[in-house]
Ligand binder design. Structure first.
Ligand SMILES: CC(C)(COP(=O)(O)OP(=O)(O)OC[C@H]1O[C@@H](n2cnc3c(N)ncnc32)[C@H](O)[C@@H]1O)[C@@H](O)C(=O)NCCC(=O)NCCS
Ligand SMILES: Nc1ncnc2c1ncn2[C@@H]1O[C@H](COP(=O)(O)OP(=O)(O)OP(=O)(O)O)[C@@H](O)[C@H]1O
Length: 199
């Protein structure tokens, strides 16, 4: 089984790339952010610890955690972000390892693991190769403003908490440029898949 890591800054198009890999190559997709969200749900293993860190006021009427309130805190307060990461990341990593084991067992050919903090959290350790999705900062900000209603300041706040373009490039094996249209992105994904089939 081939395990491909996918990383890149906020709004670069990682989810978009994963969708194409799923569709065109039947890849099994694992998204660390999504697992992080699941692990914070009521009854899941990070729920109590996150409430202990941020206080009961982050609990919504339906008992779920108000992630928007957390994000308003952590993306302007580095110390709180580190504490949140300390709760979520070890649990997410373990869940990923379990899922990869299951997929290998089931005979899956390609698994894709996507994480915003891929390099910081050393996810390379369980990937055969790592792809970097690159999109110019201004295009990312525009897409985030249009699709998610983020303000420019919020987008920049997240970007500043992530590693630089240079660091991404130094530590990844293949770059997908997602500044243009999806047809072009799709072509680059195919090239990435084929490229390593011949290695
Ligand atoms: C702060 C939280 C609650 C915000 O949730 P929300 O649903 O509003 O946004 P979402 O999860 O989609 O995050 C928005 C974007 O912020 C970036 N981001 C998320 N977490 C982090 C982080 N710890 N450091 C830097 N950037 C981050 C990602 O690019 C992400 O796509 C959530 O992101 C979170 O729990 N983060 C900490 C856990 C984490 O690091 N998850 C990512 C990898 S496991
Ligand atoms: N090539 C493209 N052309 C136009 N829009 C795009 C392109 N790629 C992605 N988008 C749009 O940009 C937005 C951000 O993309 P996406 O959600 O895939 O980014 P992401 O890297 O997964 O973000 P995050 O870091 O928050 O998880 C989405 O609305 C998506 O539809």
């Amino acid at each position: 089984m081939r395990v491909i890591g996918v990383t890149g800054g906020v709004g670069a198009g990682k989810s978009t790339v994963l969708g194409i890999m799923e569709e065109d190559f039947q890849a099994y997709v694992i998204q660390a952010d999504q697992l992080g969200h699941i692990l914070m749900e009521p009854g899941e293993e990070c729920y109590d610890a996150v409430i202990a860190l941020f206080g009961k006021e982050i609990i919504k009427k339906d008992k779920t955690i108000d992630r928007r309130r957390i994000s308003d805190v952590v993306f302007t307060d580095k110390d709180m972000l580190l504490k949140l990461n300390g709760i979520i990341h070890p649990a997410v990593k373990q869940r990923i390892l379990d899922l990869l084991g299951e997929q290998k067992e089931a005979g899956r050919e390609i698994c894709v693991v996507e994480a915003a903090l891929f390099l910081e959290e050393n996810y390379q350790e369980f990937c055969d190769e790592v792809w970097y999705v690159y999109t110019e900062e201004e295009i990312r900000i525009r897409r985030l403003m249009e699709s998610r209603g983020y303000s420019r300041e919020k987008s920049l706040g997240i970007i500043r908490n992530q590693v630089s373009d240079q660091v991404f490039r130094e530590h990844t094996d293949y770059v997908i440029e997602n500044n243009g249209d999806l047809k072009d992105t799709r072509r680059q994904i195919r090239e990435g898949i084929e490229r390593n089939e011949t290695l």
